[in-house]
Design a protein. Sequence first.
Length: 142
Amino acid sequence: MKNVPVIIVSLIFIVSCVGPEEPLGGLYKNSPVVVNTNEAFTFSLRAENYSTEETYNLTFSEQNPIELTTVLIVNDFAGRASDTSYFDIFNSSDSLLNHYALNSNINVAPIENLKTNAIPKKVFFKADDFSGFVQLVLAIGD
């Protein structure tokens, strides 16, 4: 009977030491993180066999002239060269500005001067059994 309080305290201590699993690289698997402001759009995803189709409407201001910085990073790609995961970026007329196929490790970082009709207004993301880390950043400035 003397050992009952010790056993109860020990069980409480053992149970309270278990915490949630730490996310890999700051991100939970298959949960995209999206930030969409007037100056920047960021999409980050650590995926494992992830499939989805998502459209994001951008809220960039229509300055003229405008400078667009695009950063696309794909790391730890675990698919095939024939994979059909991609980003499409459209302007306000729904004309395709850029198409980025996600079929290998990628590191893209161009800076472009844009006219008003080339300002991105929509990002379409299609993942078809995608595995790896992907980050797309679009940032504008004058």
